[in-house]
Ligand binder design. Sequence first.
Ligand code: HMG
Length: 396
Amino acid sequence: MPPDLPVGIHDLSFATSSLVLTHTELSKHTGANVAKYHTGIGQKAMSVPAADEDIVTMAADAAAPVITRHGTGRIRTLLFATETSIDQSKAAGVYLHSLLRLPSAIRVVELKQACYSGTAALQFAAALVARNPEEQVLVLASDIASYDLDSPGEATQGAAAVAMLVSAKPALVELCPATGLHTDDIADFWRPNYRSTAVVDGKKSAAAYLAAVDGAWRDYQARGGLPLEQLRTVCYHQPFTRMAFKAHQQLTNAAGIKSSNKAIESTIAPTTRYNETIGNSYTASLYLALAAVLDGNDTLGEETIGFFSYGSGSVAEFFAGRVVPGYGDRLRTRAHRETIARRRPIDYAAYLKLREHPLPHDGGMHLIPRQTQGNFRLCGISNHQRLYEVVGPLSA
Ligand code: HMG
């Protein structure tokens, strides 16, 4: 293989859930001034999964257009990143493999490290492709963020899945080889196996995130990373979009650059459009920021974008990617905007009802009525096994 053969993101598609709860509606219940949500944390709405949606159905909706466009012939690996795992043993990607009718000669595995594992999947995929540039890797990052009712984290919930096809000579973004890493064993956010909602110390988690910005940036610079001045913008993991502003303040300080709040706002603004209305989608969040940048501007060819990935617990990585000229022809801007626009607004009572009816654990047969607007749905559970079906146009 030529040493400089570029490897990176060849295609990117995302999907979100079918329902949406606005922060205006949430504030009626919590009594908080809605400005706290809109301005203080930078969130307008949160995607809420319907009863027949989960990480598999969202991931299938994200991946199906990628498979339709590129086929499956070169895909040898499917990496599924999530912290909303549906099984302690079987990888969620195996269900996806069958829903998308992928060939059997594919390795499928699930990865976990809070919100960071989507980036781990991307980097592992790049390494596999560098070893054999004929192969492609399908990376999925799919999550549903869920916090206790009436907790401070509740306003930062969300749900989405991103599918990325990683290949040699990519059409969207070439990954630059230098990366900066930072790991620190810290109890800022975690979810024991017996809980469906995260345990979180919100303030500690924000401080840990900012410390990780410093740590990953230092390592990135020590390993020959680009100076900050050469990055057009930085896509951050966005648990809430205001966090990206704080992170960029931290980064400019760490890089020794003086920058006004206005300049920081305008650098970050192109990255937040999707996350401010979808909410935290954990592993997918960083790549929704990338989708927002690309979909929002088709004149970025040759520009370099920085990425900061953070997963509580914690592991972080700073890296960069060069936007490939001509990428504008390969975007899915319309489909992305549609997946957001078609969500059905629900009121707080409907949201509460969904929260109060988790999937039964009794091993019996339970059918789930159709609610989703997506092409794949969780139609039931039987003998402790999730049952999926293809609906809509793709069922043919
Ligand atoms: P809180 O404590 O209720 O909020 O929840 P607050 O009182 O800190 O207010 C938030 C901001 O709104 C503040 O601004 C207020 O001043 C402002 P700041 O001081 O931060 O700049 N504010 C207003 N602004 C305008 N008008 C108003 C108004 N009122 C207040 N009227 C908290 C905040 C982050 C704690 C909560 O959302 C939370 O617990 N979130 C979950 C944890 C989280 O998102 N942590 C982020 C870093 S960790 C991470 O990113 C990893 C994660 O994604 C998980 C993973 O890796 O898997 C979470």
